[in-house]
Each structure stands twice: as structure tokens, then as C-alpha cells.
Write a protein that binds this ligand. Structure first.
Ligand code: 9MR
Length: 384
């Protein structure tokens, strides 16, 4: 009887909680909201880049060689972003192609960030994708202890080299299965068990005690089982005083993911008290199954109406971030690739799409203006 009563209380409490979160989001998304027809705004000050409109760090992921070789790309990067991530230049397969370390691209990237006063965000120390074969061969010869030693050496060497320069790191990237709440059975997991995550954070912290250390993954804004699995891992790490400071929501979004779902997930993440980074934002129109060549070409052209809908989605997203994530946890919003010419989405899912804020000619889309409107809009929790 008592249990039934407690259960129904629990159900009622969760429903009320959900209603509060949804109405908060609905309010925030409609607060100071332009109708679709009003976007893009004519009043946008074209001389101001996105980061100048914002108290939130605004990031762009780049390939340094591509940016240095392309004046227009370089200009929009410098103008719009206060934070820079490397799409690939800081990955293990780039730094450690064979058994010798190569820091040339990272050094170039750092010089670019220093010259233009940008924050350099480190993406990423450990990932299952693109792991050099020779590392796997060594492991099968020498066993788990050698993997632990290799992992420690790699993290210590890279983080120490950029101590005080790279201010934050995605220490572990995509450590959970594509869907559901289980650890991904990666090379690292198979060799060292779930403890590899704890070890990686400790090694990174030892190398640079001031660096902000993130766990980063995708679909956390839509797959609640995955989010719950990650949050459980985070609370276990915190119980053991593991130095984890931030959670990266990659935010490879789809137009059909409801804002209410995103708001619900974001609130749960913000409740951890961790820094929250939208680390790889883009918004695809077409569907996909999260795997290579897994796109489904539903839309063959980008209509004016679709452009405006995307603008509104980008605007709502930034309003949601500003309203739900407390100011002192807003680590930033980073766009992945950020233009429809270079986006990873098309080759990866093998479809045509228009997921970013700049078009194929690197000109701002309505999505850009929608996002800027979200940054500029008056909101009780922001300083703007
Ligand atoms: O955009 C990146 C693409 O150029 C690379 O070929 C690929 C493999 O290194 O990685 C892409 O970036 C991924 C990021 O590092 C982690 N989250 C998913 C991103 C898109 O696949």
C-alpha cells in the first residue's frame, strides 16, 4: 500500500518536473521570439561576428591548413569565433601516425589562436575511431599493462606540451555505445575495462591541473538511456574524486528532434554542475542511422521555408542553452565545420544536406542570423 502510494507520488513528481522543464523551454523558445516569417533579421549588425554578440564563448572547428589556405574561410573564422577546436589535427591519428610524435599542425593551430586571441579547445585525447594499427598490434603482443603505459605516456606528453595553452580537453570521446546506456566496447575498454576512463582523466589532470577536462559524446540530447548511462558514469567518477569538469554534448542535431526533448536532457546534464559544452553543433534535415553511408535522402533541395525553419531551430537552441545552463557552466557553443561546403555530414552519410550556418559559398544563411538573434535576445539569466 505504502509502496503503491510512494510510486504514485514519484510518478506525479516526475510529471510535474517534466512539465516545468518543458514549459521553461517553451517559454524560453518563445520568449522574445520572432515568427518564422520575421527571420532572417534585417537589423543584424553585419559588422559584428557571432562571438562579439555573446557572453558565451562561440567556437568553430577547423582544419588549420585549410583555414590558412583560404582567405574567406580565415576571415569568417577570425570574425565569428572566440574558441577553436580542431576537426582532426589534434586527434591521436594525426599526432601519432607512426610511432613518432608530430606536433607540427597543432603548433600551427596554436600560433593561429595566439595571434588572433582565440581559446584553443583540445579535441580529443582518447577515441576508438582511427586508432593507429601499430598501437593495437603492440597491445596484442604486450598486453593490458603496456596499453595503460602507452595511454599514460601519450596523455602526459600531449597535455604537458600544451599546458596552459590548450585550456580544455575532450579527454574521452564517444565512450558509450551509439544507443543505450552501455560503455562502448572500444580498444581501450577491451584492454583496461571501464577503469580506462578514470585513468585517462587522472593522467590528464596530473599533466595540467588547470585544464578543464570533458567527457564528450553524441545523441545525449535525444537518447535518454544513453544520457542516463553517461550521467551514472559521471556520478561514479565524482564519488571517486576523479577530476572531471565538463560534459560535451556534440549536438549533431536533426531538424526533427523536438526542442522539448533537448531541453529535458540539457536540464539533467546541467544539474550535474559540470561545465556544459555544445561541442560539435550542426543541424541536418535528412534522416540517418548514425552510421557511415547511413543517410536517407528525403530532401533534395533547400527551400526558402526550410532555411527559415532551420534559422528558428538554431535560435531556439541558443535560447535554450542560455536559459537552462547556468551562466557559470556555459563553456560554449562550438560549430562543427560550420559551412555547407566543408561539412562532414555529406561524405559521411553519403547524402546532400545543408546542416550549418554558412552556405557552400561561405555566405551566412538564415541559420546564422537565427543563431545571432538567439545570442542577442534579452533573457533574464544573461548579461546581454
Ligand atoms: O569531422 C571529422 C571528419 O573530418 C573526420 O574524417 C572524422 C574522423 O576523424 O571525424 C569527424 O569529426 C567527428 C568528431 O571528431 C567526433 N564526433 C563526430 C564528428 C563527426 O564524425
Amino acid at each position: 500500500m505504502i509502496i503503491r502510494f510512494l510510486n504514485s507520488m514519484l510518478r506525479a513528481t516526475s510529471t510535474i518536473y517534466l512539465l516545468i522543464v518543458f514549459s521553461l523551454c517553451f517559454h524560453s523558445c518563445n520568449n522574445d521570439n520572432a515568427s518564422i516569417e520575421q527571420l532572417p533579421t534585417a537589423h543584424l549588425n553585419q559588422n559584428k561576428g557571432l562571438h562579439e554578440l555573446s557572453t558565451i564563448p562561440i567556437g568553430g572547428a577547423i582544419s588549420i591548413n585549410k583555414v590558412l589556405a583560404d582567405e574567406k574561410l580565415k576571415d569568417i573564422t577570425i570574425k565569428n569565433f572566440s574558441s577553436i577546436s580542431a576537426t582532426n589535427d589534434m586527434k591521436m591519428y594525426s599526432i601519432l601516425r607512426d610511432s613518432t610524435y608530430s606536433f607540427e599542425k597543432v603548433d600551427k593551430l596554436l600560433a593561429f589562436c595566439e595571434e588572433h586571441d582565440k581559446r584553443l579547445f583540445g579535441h580529443t585525447l582518447l577515441w576508438h575511431y582511427g586508432l593507429p594499427q601499430w598501437i593495437q598490434d603492440e597491445a596484442s603482443k604486450n598486453g593490458a599493462a603496456s596499453v595503460d603505459k602507452f595511454m599514460k605516456d601519450y596523455i602526459s606528453k600531449v597535455v604537458t606540451k600544451y599546458k596552459g595553452k590548450v585550456v580544455a580537453w575532450d579527454v574521452v570521446n564517444e565512450g558509450f555505445e551509439t544507443s543505450g546506456g552501455d560503455y562502448r566496447k572500444t580498444f581501450w575498454y577491451n584492454q583496461l575495462g571501464a577503469a580506462y576512463v578514470e585513468k585517462a582523466f587522472r593522467y590528464a589532470h596530473e599533466a595540467d591541473p588547470d585544464a578543464v577536462l570533458f567527457y564528450n559524446d553524441f545523441n545525449l540530447e535525444r537518447d535518454t538511456a544513453k544520457l542516463n548511462g553517461v550521467l551514472k558514469m559521471i556520478s561514479e567518477l565524482k564519488e571517486k574524486d576523479v577530476p572531471i569538469h565538463g560534459l560535451g554534448f556534440q549536438m549533431h542535431l536533426r531538424m526533427d528532434i523536438p526542442d522539448s526533448t533537448i531541453a529535458y536532457c540539457l536540464k539533467k546534464a546541467a544539474d550535474t554542475g559540470l561545465q556544459i559544452h555544445f561541442s560539435e553543433l550542426d543541424i541536418i534535415f535528412n534522416k540517418h542511422n548514425d552510421s557511415k553511408d547511413g543517410g536517407e535522402q528525403q530532401y533534395t533541395e533547400l527551400t526558402e521555408e526550410m532555411k527559415l525553419q532551420q534559422a528558428e531551430k538554431y535560435k531556439n537552441l541558443v535560447l535554450m542553452y542560455r536559459n537552462i545552463v547556468p551562466l557559470d557552466q556555459q563553456y560554449g557553443i562550438t560549430f562543427w565545420d560550420f559551412n555547407d561546403r566543408d561539412t562532414w555530414i555529406k561524405p559521411f552519410f553519403n547524402i546532400n544536406d545543408w546542416p550549418t550556418i554558412f552556405d557552400e559559398n561561405l555566405d551566412p544563411k538564415p541559420a546564422y542570423h537565427g543563431f545571432a538573434d538567439g545570442l542577442k535576445s534579452k533573457s533574464p539569466k544573461t548579461k546581454i
